[in-house]
Write a protein that binds this ligand. Structure first.
Ligand code: C2E
Ligand code: MG
Ligand code: MG
Length: 711
């Protein structure tokens, strides 16, 4: 084979070329003896850079050899690698620390191979040493980082996991095992092979998870119920994402799990409290319309009816007031249980508040079924209940509306049931009434009146009439009662009997009452300015007005504004005002009395007050209710009642006045039993102030020589 002269020249140059190559290598070429020190016999390349020694200083130097350059801690390991390679007659690779001339440590990678003599005995090692400190450092950094992440993973409080798309665990941390109640990571790994069926409580939860993943690539606050190892159910919240490879193929899901059972329980408790009555545990008003709405939907689907029954306990207030709230609460709890027992599981019993309950009865086909249920309710409620060692019997009044017959929405049904309940109260309590069109008619009129009533005060449609009172002894007019009249423009005069109860219910009485009081005070001042004696004017105070917080202030202000002598104002308080809260009733009476005004108990004998209280009332007059007077001729019992009331009033030092006196017989009888005053059509109807002034001047005023204050 001929080698060209050019190539030959090049080959001759090869030694030089090798030198250049070695010089440019990033490391040091060496040859050392296979002795105890690894004494160097040849070095080339970047010797100084790596070891800190000139090449010459190292050759055949037993004190500074490859052995002494190797870090003492790594020496044994490296020797073992080399010895094995020598035995196996193979090249070797070792990575270890080297200590340079300055005492600094660097990492080197050594690739070497044993060299044998002709006899095959090991003679030397030759190889290449390269500085790998930068790589080693970055490995350390990476390892540290990895350790840190592993520590976060291992010690996290949240569960962290990777799961395969087909639903088994690839990797997870101890917290996850702990949340799911497993003793260890291995325990969980071995126990759960199918997340979908073994973990989630609701079937299909994993499908939902996967579905969300494929649409959004992640799930956020994915809440689900899962089984713990012991079978207990807990709530968890997951945040997770898809992990895909470079080709976009889904590899796994990874995410975190938080145990939110405590939070869920708290939320449920709050929700329960917001939707249930604390005393009875029944659903409350908030839940009522939701449930009713649901029932209406079901009734539409199955073509049957829903009944809404409004229930009001008839004697609750009395028991609550006389026996105290504790007894009242007991009664309500007993009633809640009884009502619940009267209906089916699918029906709902709601406590609206106070002594009002609502039953929602579902799946009804015949009205008769409702009647049966209502009969059951009436008798269940009426069974005696033992409270604090005493037996009480209460009854209830029920009003019923029916879907779809009476109304199509929850508000209408409830309103109609409520008004039917009022009808039931009016028809003697302890019964049930269905909603009817006639009731609807009344309801509409009532709503209309409420609306017009609001406007009436602004439009000045009210006026006062005064009904004179006559003193039996002197035969003189001894005062007058202010009675409100409503005269809508172009309409007929409306009687207070038809609008005062409505104003009472919707609270409008407070505004009307203020107007009456101010107007009456003003007109009383005007009246008295023309008289030689002071004539008191009586103003009616309805029960709601009486309970209103600012009543005393309102009266004081009306007196101050008008300048009326307080002794010339009498307040007529109906007996029923005291039924609710006797303690406050008496307190308010005393506060009013302290203003200097006179007080009268109106419609006496019709309320339910206990006579025993009467002695505690700082009251000037009893006004006998007109029912006793009007039925005097027809009901002989009334003779005894009237005599008793007069005697009772006098025994407490009160004056007694009879209302609604219409006949000469009544007049004579009342005079005869010592009644002090009378008021009624027999003497005068309620009249305008101007007519009252005329009456005063024409009535036997001549006989009044001495000015006197009537009281
Ligand atoms: P009351 O306070 O018991 O007033 C007496 C009622 O009996 C008045 O009815 C009066 O016109 C009527 N009356 C008087 N004498 C006779 C009679 O001989 N025979 C008959 N059959 N009735 C007689 P009125 O004015 O319709 O008032 C009815 C009720 O409305 C009053 O009963 C009172 O409770 C209430 N009321 C009237 N004005 C006011 C007011 O300004 N404020 C408040 N809160 N209630 C008022
Ligand atoms: Mg009155
Ligand atoms: Mg009266």
């Amino acid at each position: 084979m001929n080698i060209s002269p050019t190539l030959q020249a090049k080959l001759q140059n090869s030694e030089r070329m090798l030198g250049v190559l070695i010089d440019n290598l990033n490391g040091m070429v060496y040859c050392c003896l296979y002795d105890a020190e690894w004494t160097l016999v040849f070095v080339a390349g970047r010797c100084k850079e790596l070891t800190g020694y000139e090449a010459g200083a190292l050759l055949l130097n037993r004190d500074v050899s490859l052995g002494t350059l190797t870090h003492p801690a790594d020496r044994g390991r490296v020797r073992q690698v080399i010895d094995e390679a020598v035995l196996a007659r193979t090249p070797f690779v070792a990575e270890y620390r080297m200590v340079n001339a300055a005492g600094d440590i660097c990492w080197v990678s050594e690739r070497g191979c044993p060299i044998y003599n002709n006899r095959g005995d090991i003679e030397a090692i030759e190889g290449f040493l390269q500085n790998i400190t930068p790589r080693k450092l970055s490995e350390v950094v990476a390892r540290n980082a990895e350790e840190r992440y592993r520590s976060i993973f291992e010690n996290a409080v949240e569960g962290i996991y990777q799961t395969s798309p087909d639903g088994h665990y690839l990797n997870f941390n101890p917290a996850l095992a702990n949340i799911y109640g497993y003793e260890s990571v291995q325990d969980l790994m071995l126990s759960i092979s199918d997340i979908d069926h073994q973990l989630y409580v609701q079937p299909g939860t994993r499908d939902e998870f996967v579905e969300l993943m494929s649409t959004h690539g992640r799930v956020l606050n994915f809440e689900a119920q899962v089984f713990r190892k012991d079978g207990a159910i807990i709530w968890i919240s997951e945040n997770a994402r898809e992990v895909r490879d470079q080709n976009g193929t889904l590899m796994f899901y990874e995410g975190t799990v938080e145990d939110i059972t405590a939070r869920k329980r708290h939320e449920q408790e709050i929700e329960y409290q917001a939707t249930h009555d604390a005393l009875t545990g029944l659903p409350n008003r908030t839940l009522l319309s939701d449930r009713l709405q649901q029932y209406l939907g079901i009734a539409d689907r199955y073509g049957n009816k829903v009944a809404v029954a409004f229930i009001d306990l008839d004697q609750f207030k009395m028991i609550n007031d006389s026996m105290g709230h504790h007894a009242g609460d007991e009664l309500l709890k007993i009633m809640a249980v009884r009502l619940t027992q009267c209906v089916r599981e699918s029906d709902t019993v709601v406590r609206l508040g106070g002594d009002e309950f609502v039953l929602l009865l579902t799946g009804l086909n015949r009205i008769e079924d409702i009647s049966d249920s209502m009969q059951r309710v009436l008798s269940a409620v009426a069974a005696p209940c033992a409270i604090e060692g005493r037996d009480f019997v209460v009854s209830c009044s029920i009003g019923i509306s029916i879907y779809p017959d009476d109304g199509r929405d929850t508000t209408t049904l409830l309103r109609y049931a409520d008004s039917a309940m009022y009808k039931s109260k009016q028809s003697g309590r302890n019964n049930y009434q269905f909603y009817t069109d006639e009731l609807n008619q009344r309801l509409t009129e009532r709503l209309d009146m409420e609306h017009r009533l609001r406007q009436a005060l602004k439009d000045e449609e009210f006026l006062l009439h005064y009904q004179p009172k006559l003193d039996f002894a002197s035969g003189n007019i001894c005062g007058a009662e202010a009675l409100i009249r409503w005269l809508p423009p172009g309409g007929h005069m409306i009687s207070p009997a038809s609008f005062i109860p409505i104003a009472e219910e919707n609270g409008f009485i407070e505004d009307i009452g203020r107007w009456v009081l101010r107007t009456a005070c003003r007109q009383a001042v005007e009246l008295n300015s023309h008289l030689t004696r002071k004539l008191p004017i009586a103003v009616n105070v309805s029960p709601r007005q009486f309970r209103q917080a600012g009543l005393v202030t309102m009266v004081r202000t009306a007196l101050e504004e008008s300048g009326l002598d307080p002794g010339c104002l009498e307040l007529e308080i109906t007996e029923s005002s005291l039924v609710h809260d006797t303690g406050n009733f008496i307190k308010t009476l005393y506060e009013l009395k302290a203003l200097g005004v006179k007080l009268a108990i109106d419609d006496f004998g019709t309320g339910y007050s206990s006579m025993a209280y009467l002695k505690d009332f700082p009251v000037d007059r009893l006004k006998i209710d007109q029912v006793f007077v009007s039925r005097l001729e027809t009901e002989p019992n009334n003779i005894a009642i009237l005599k008793a009331i007069v005697a009772l009033g006098h025994s407490f030092g009160m004056k007694v006045i009879a209302e609604g006196v219409e006949t000469a017989y009544q007049h004579a009888f009342l005079h005869g039993i010592g009644c002090n005053e009378l008021q009624g059509f027999y003497f005068s109807k309620p009249i305008l102030m101007s007519d009252f002034q005329t009456l005063l001047s024409t009535h036997r005023e001549a006989s009044l020589a001495e000015p006197q204050l009537s009281s």
